[in-house]
Design a protein around this ligand. Structure first.
Ligand code: C2E
Ligand code: MG
Ligand code: MG
Length: 578
């Protein structure tokens, strides 16, 4: 796999940094030339003074010229040693060549002309040659050592990607050059549960696989920008994007990295469906220095996680700096619970002949000004605040009271489906709450359905199975919500006491894009049928999806095409019009 021009450019910057860190500096060309001139000059003096019978006056004394031969010969050798040590390979080659020529000349002087007065010079030159050789060996060793330090200092051991140090060095270098770039902070969703359920080794292999996929994009230059991907730690990665024409290019590049992950990944027979959250900030528009641009990207990524909505990419905005943002939603939740501002909508579910199967109750919340807030925003906040069970119960009791009355009045054979959060299901009194709900609303148990997400099963399988079995024994049905967004494999569903599989909207969205996506949904449906599950397709929005779902034997559909979430009055009219 070749490297993009960018990889080289980034590595160049890094290499310079590490060299300066390791404090090994090679002398400049000027020093090399100066040493060479000194050496040639000293050698010239040596050749003209050797054997001369002239003399010069120093003060009052007369000194024979040949006395200077030894002095200049030492200066020449010193130049050679300095060159070998400080002027890299070229210095070494020059010095070893010079010394060998000198030795050869002296040897020929001794053996051809019988000039034994060169003997001390010969010994001195041989000593110098040995010194040059030792210096060369020592430098080579140091270079290898430096190379290793360089690799260790900048590479992440697990994945082989550049690490956090490399990342911040590059950011600093780009800031110094005033080059515009985007920092993208990336976090793998639900990675902890992978580690918890299949172990660290498998978790590590998942990280290596992710790194390989992303490195492939960066190295092959598949995006139109110059990208540098690093692993910071755990399941956190960072992408630096350069050379973008417009801000749209940044988003396109991020989408490429996002989409590359958006498929089934197979490792040792385990199937993983990975998703990641991407937050980004642009230098110098969103932040004026390297630290800030990085931390702003992280803040944007955390916001993506907090919102937990379908949108996986978010650019930093100054709003995120105000922790007040969080505080506002927290206060709205408390306010809504106190002032009875939590209510519900009912979204119809149909079989393939368009016969009403029932409704899913979806939580809604109003703030004091009457704005309706999405559950995508307030459910995660309520979980964080430990208020999710209060919200759930509010939705359950309101929707169940309404639904109980409705089926009593109309005699309609329909089900009510309610959502439960992990944190709520794990509460010891959850079963008692449901029993009370059935009693107070008068809904027969086989007309109530509880939707759980895969994460419930992953976080505490035994406890979840125990509770779910008890519910099932009461006659309540259990649906697995958002199926496919975790990393479940169908085979392990066999051991869970559930009856319905709700295929996540993202699969339905892609189903008609290509044959393999369609086949994938088809396979889920037929396997689910083998395991005695009924299947609901979530989020069907167009006729074409409906046609496909019919052709691949789906049982039920819930989506905007046949019905949006309705206020209770409209839901009542719908049932009465059947
Ligand atoms: P979910 O249980 O998967 O509910 C389906 C979500 O998909 C609903 O969003 C629904 O409005 C939306 N949807 C259905 N069909 C379509 C379609 O054709 N197109 C599009 N674009 N969207 C469609 P909503 O109401 O925003 O709920 C979001 C999530 O909030 C739910 O996802 C559920 O996980 C959670 N939630 C909702 N109500 C409750 C509740 O009472 N308790 C708990 N714990 N969670 C709840
Ligand atoms: Mg649901
Ligand atoms: Mg769902």
């Amino acid at each position: 796999m070749g490297k993009s021009k960018y990889s080289y450019r980034a590595e160049n910057i890094l290499e310079k940094t590490i060299d300066s860190l390791a404090q090994r500096r090679e002398a400049s060309v000027i020093v090399y030339i100066l040493l060479l001139i000194f050496y040639l000059f000293a050698s010239y003096i040596v050749s003209t003074t050797a054997g001369s019978d002239k003399s010069v006056m120093i003060g009052e004394d007369t000194v024979a010229v040949y006395v200077f031969t030894g002095v200049y010969s030492s200066v020449a050798n010193l130049c050679i040693i300095l060159m070998a040590n400080f002027c890299g390979t070229i210095g070494f080659i020059t010095s070893i060549t010079a010394i060998l020529i000198q030795i050869a000349m002296l040897l020929s002087g001794i053996f051809v002309r019988g000039n034994y007065s060169s003997l001390p010079g010969l010994v001195a030159n041989i000593v110098t040659a040995v010194v040059v050789y030792v210096i060369f060996k020592k430098n080579r060793k140091q270079e290898r050592y430096l190379k290793r330090i360089r690799e260790q200092a900048t590479a992440d051991i697990l994945t082989g990607l550049p690490n956090g140090f490399a990342n911040s060095e590059l950011i600093d270098a780009l800031v110094k050059r005033k080059e515009s770039f985007a920092v993208v902070s990336i976090d793998i969703d639900g990675f902890k549960s992978i580690n918890d359920t299949v172990g660290f080794d498998m978790g590590n292999r998942v990280l290596i696989e992710i790194a390989t996929i992303w490195k492939g994009i960066a190295d092959r230059g598949l995006s139109r920008t110059l990208d540098f991907i690093t692993r910071i730690n755990g399941d956190e990665f960072t992408l630096i994007i350069r050379d973008f024409g417009s801000y749209d290019d940044i988003i396109k590049t991020i989408e490429q990295y996002k989409d590359a992950l958006d498929r089934k990944i197979n490792i040792d027979g385990y199937e993983f469906y990975l998703k990641a959250s991407f937050g980004y900030a642009i230098y110098p528009i969103d932040a004026a220095d390297g630290d800030a641009v990085f931390s702003h990207a992280v803040a944007a990524m955390k916001e993506v996680k907090r919102l937990g909505s379908g949108e996986r990419i978010l650019r930093f905005s100054s709003e995120l700096l105000k922790d007040g943002n969080k505080l506002i939603i927290d206060n709205k939740i408390r306010d809504a619970l106190q002032n009875d501002l939590i209510f519900f909508n009912l979204q119809p579910q149909y079989d393939m002949t368009h016969k009403l199967r029932g409704f899913e109750a979806l939580a809604r919340m109003k703030d004091s000004e009457g704005n309706v807030i999405s559950p995508v925003e307030f459910i995660p906040a309520a979980e964080r605040l430990g208020l999710i069970d209060e919200i759930d119960l509010m939705v359950y009791s309101k929707s169940a009271m309404f639904f109980g009355r409705l089926i009593k009045e109309t005699g309609a054979d329909i089900v009510l489906s309610i959502n439960v959060s992990v944190k709520h299901l794990m509460k010891t009194n959850f079963i008692d709450e449901i029993k009370r709900l059935l009693k107070e609303s008068g809904i027969p148990a086989d007309h109530l359905e509880i939707e759980i997400t895969e994460s419930i099963l992953l976080e505490s399988p035994e406890k979840a199975i125990e509770g779910l079995n008890e519910l099932k024994n009461m006659g309540i049905s259990i649906a697995i919500d958002d199926f496919g967004t975790g990393y479940s494999s169908l085979s392990y569903l066999n051991s869970f006491p559930s009856d319905i599989l709700k295929i996540d909207k993202s699969f339905i969205d892609r189903m008609n894009e290509n044959d393999s996506s369609k086949k994938y949904v088809e396979a889920i449906i037929s396997l689910a049928h083998v395991l005695d599950f009924k299947v609901i397709a979530e989020g069907a929005e167009v006729q074409e999806q409906l046609d496909t779902l019919r052709s691949i034997d789906c049982d039920y559909v819930q989506g905007f095409f046949w019905g949006r979430p309705l206020p209770e009055k409209e839901a009542e009219e719908l049932v009465k019009s059947m």
